[in-house]
Design a protein around this ligand. Structure first.
Ligand SMILES: Nc1ncnc2c1ncn2[C@@H]1O[C@H](COP(=O)(O)OP(=O)(O)OP(=O)(O)O)[C@@H](O)[C@H]1O
Length: 725
């Protein structure tokens, strides 16, 4: 657009409009005089470059400054802007960006359509850079200059291209602006009134301008009509802009509400599916708990019972409606530590007496499994498992029917001697061969047998028979089983023997040296043929088992003395493991003392006492003829009598105090030479047995317990040592 010096004849100069310096709607004055003055000023300005409109008394300073800028920018006042026009793809991107604003303005324009068009207004929406985003109106009412301007969408109408306009000043000044005809820089708008209002975003920044442009005034209306037109268009523009801003805000809020609704719906779905899963888990838990044959009771932090299985209800004599109401403390002694232990967050086992109503108190072992809230570190729930005292005792018994509970990990040792044995046992365990375990009473032969079984056939049965503990005449039927009615006292339907029951697993024959000779032959046949016939029966049954035998006797000597079958001996002793006695295992006594103290205290939830150096010395000097079992029993005695922080010598069983001697274990093998006859092992053993009998008032059962040997071993030793009792 080039600059031009000629001003064409201006039409319709009869109409005069006034706008104050501040360009505020409330101050707009209409005066024929001002219109005339503005027109004169404009003409002078366009014709004479030295003319400064800022000095003109009727000129608004902002408008005057804009005229000067427009002229300096070289804007042609006699043209209508048709370029630059945005490229179609850029325009469509811009329209998308302002989609919400355009849609809201459009719909508002539609609702005011009749009013706008009947008054002859053109409606424009500009973005903040002056690009036309929307234009609506009846172009026919405008002079031919506008004829092909029916859509000016995408045109960039800023000060550079169109000079002084209402929308440009409105965006620049961030407030509503009204320009009277001559105030426009372009002659095309010379007879129109343009009212512009900014549309601001939520931060108060102008993002667009709305403009109402009146149709050119042909005849001079009376002054009152002009005033009304000016006020009316100005008020309508600003109201519409406010309505658009509100519409945008509402629409954004609606969008936010909509997305919040979606989130709520998604949360609701999640909640539903979690609830469904929880219901399934709850039912599964209930069904599972019904199978558990021990009382399970869950309590909250205060002890309130919040769940119990069938057995728990039976033990506490609860009804369904009691769950959630009754408190576990009602069933415990008032000084019970159960709740405070649960709060500590560790799994512990306590002995408790449970009283239900007026019934007598019943002893239970209760395992407490607390569930701690990791954020608050407080107890959420504690699950209690009630085990009746009898069941607990049965569980404590190692010789659980048909099951081997021990593994190699249970064998505690630091001594190189036992470690060698252990390594050998692990190697043998992997083969399917028969194994012979030799060693003194209580050295851990059965422990080894169970560990070997659990390597080789952990899923199969582990059937243990102690040949010394059983009356000789019953060993046959116990081992081989019998058919119904084969002898007096037999079960009518007959009974499977331990060999049959060991099918697929291990048969452990303890104290094999005590097996009667005639049965040794039957056993040998069974091992060779891998089949068994019950006593009184007439058919064989195939059996597949591994045999592990144990003895504390010199079996080879027995073979030589014809007390044990040589063929059976060789069959059983292919893989022999000799377990050294405790006194020959360096370091193991101290280690096992510590182990047994800790395990026993842990089981009873007692504080672990220290062992005094003097007591430890006594224990180390004692020769332990009953080996690990005897040591274990001595520790139980010591822990129970100490009842405090320290185990002293006086807490040890008497026989240790009497018999402990300052002789080192290896010296014991040469006793006759070094410490005289009294310290030879057999003598020591005999003395220990006599001391134990004395201590137990001649009761063999108690004496066996004190010595830590089995009753059958004690009876045998009493016979061997010819001790009267
Ligand atoms: N090394 C060890 N570590 C831990 N506990 C052991 C160890 N050796 C033996 N025991 C424990 O000592 C007790 C006696 O062990 P076990 O019954 O296996 O001995 P045994 O040689 O079979 O005795 P017996 O000849 O009198 O039948 C068991 O309670 C066993 O668990």
């Amino acid at each position: 657009m080039g600059k031009t010096n000629r001003l064409p004849k201006i039409q319709n100069t009869q109409v005069n409009f006034f706008a104050d310096n501040e360009i505020r709607s409330s101050d707009i004055l209409v005066s024929y005089e001002r219109w005339q003055a503005l027109l004169q000023c404009k003409q002078a300005f366009l014709q004479d470059e030295s003319e400064d409109p800022r000095r003109h008394p009727y000129m608004n300073q902002e408008v005057a400054a804009s005229w000067i800028r427009s002229r300096n920018l070289g804007v042609n006042p006699y043209a209508v802007v048709t370029s630059p026009h945005m490229k179609p793809d850029e325009l469509s991107k811009l329209l998308d960006q302002h989609r919400q604003l355009i849609d809201i303005t459009n719909s508002l324009a539609k609702s005011f359509q009749d009013l706008l068009f009947s008054c002859g207004y053109l409606l424009y929406l500009f973005d903040k850079t002056g690009v036309v985003l929307l234009n609506e109106g009846d172009w026919q009412k405008f002079p031919p200059l506008f004829a092909d301007q029916s859509s000016r969408m995408g045109i960039v109408a800023d000060e550079h291209t169109e000079g002084t306009t209402a929308h440009e000043l409105c965006i620049r000044l961030k407030r509503p602006v009204q320009l009277l005809g001559p105030e426009h820089y372009c002659i095309a708008f010379q007879n129109s009134i343009a009212s512009a209002a900014p549309i601001k975003d939520e931060n108060g920044s102008v993002q667009a301008a709305l403009v109402l442009l009146s149709q050119p005034l042909q005849n001079p209306p009376d002054e009152e009509t002009l005033k009304n037109l000016s006020m009316h268009s100005f008020a309508l523009t600003t109201s519409m802009a406010v309505a658009i801003e509100t519409g945008i805000k509402l629409s954004k809020t609606a969008d936010e509400l909509c997305s919040a609704n979606k989130q709520v719906a998604a949360l609701d779905n999640h909640l539903r599916s979690t609830t469904d899963k929880l219901i399934v888990v709850h039912h599964t838990l209930n069904a599972t708990m019904a199978f558990v044959e021990e009382g399970i009771v869950a309590i909250d932090r205060t002890g309130k019972i919040i769940f119990t299985n069938r057995d728990g209800m039976r033990i506490l004599k609860l009804r369904h409606e009691d769950v959630g109401k009754r408190n576990i403390c009602e069933f415990l002694n008032h000084d019970s530590p159960l709740l405070s232990l649960a709060e500590k967050g560790e799994i512990v086992r306590v002995e408790e007496h449970i009283s239900v109503g007026n019934d007598r108190q019943l002893p239970f072992q209760i395992v407490i499994r607390p569930i701690i809230n990791h954020e608050t570190n407080e107890l959420n729930v504690a699950v209690l498992k009630f085990i009746s005292a009898e069941k607990a005792a049965a569980k404590a018994s190692v010789k659980t029917n048909g099951m081997a509970v021990h593994t190699f990990a249970d064998i505690i040792t630091e001594s190189p001697e036992l470690k060698k044995t252990l390594a050998l046992a692990k190697r043998f365990a992997a083969s399917a061969e028969n194994i012979m375990l030799t060693g003194e009473s209580g050295t851990g032969k059965e422990l080894f047998a169970q560990a070997i079984h659990n390597v080789h056939r952990p899923q199969g049965p582990f059937m243990a028979v102690n040949c010394a503990a059983m009356p000789r005449e019953l060993i046959g039927s116990e081992l081989f089983g019998y058919e119904g009615g084969s002898f007096t006292g037999a079960e009518r339907s007959g009974k499977a023997g331990k060999i049959e029951l060991a099918h697929g697993g291990t048969l452990f024959l303890d104290e094999i040296g005590d097996m009667p000779l005639e049965l040794q032959a039957v056993l040998l046949r069974t091992l060779e043929d891998k089949q068994v016939m019950r006593v009184g029966g007439n058919r064989y049954k195939k059996v597949d088992f591994r045999i592990i035998v144990a003895t504390n006797k010199d079996l080879y000597k027995m073979v030589k003395e014809s007390q044990f079958r040589e063929d059976l001996y060789f069959r059983l002793s292919v893989l022999t493991i000799n377990i050294p006695p405790l006194r020959e295992r360096s370091g193991d006594i101290e280690l096992l003392v510590k182990h047994f103290i800790e395990r026993y205290c842990e089981r009873h939830n007692w504080k672990v006492p220290q062992i005094s150096p003097a007591a430890q010395k006594k224990i180390s000097e004692y020769p332990w003829p009953g080996n690990v079992r005897q040591l274990q029993n001595a520790i139980i005695h010591a822990v129970n009598t100490a009842q405090g922080d320290l185990i002293k010598p006086e807490n040890l069983p008497n026989y240790i105090l009497v018999d402990s001697c300052p002789v080192k274990p290896d010296e014991l093998s040469d006793t006759s030479k070094k410490i005289g006859e009294i310290l030879c092992l057999e003598k020591l053993e005999k003395a220990a047995i006599e001391a134990a009998l004395l201590h137990a008032n001649n009761c063999p059962r108690t004496a066996a317990e004190v010595l830590g040997i089995s009753r059958s071993t004690l009876y045998r030793k009493l016979k061997d040592f010819k001790i009267d009792y």
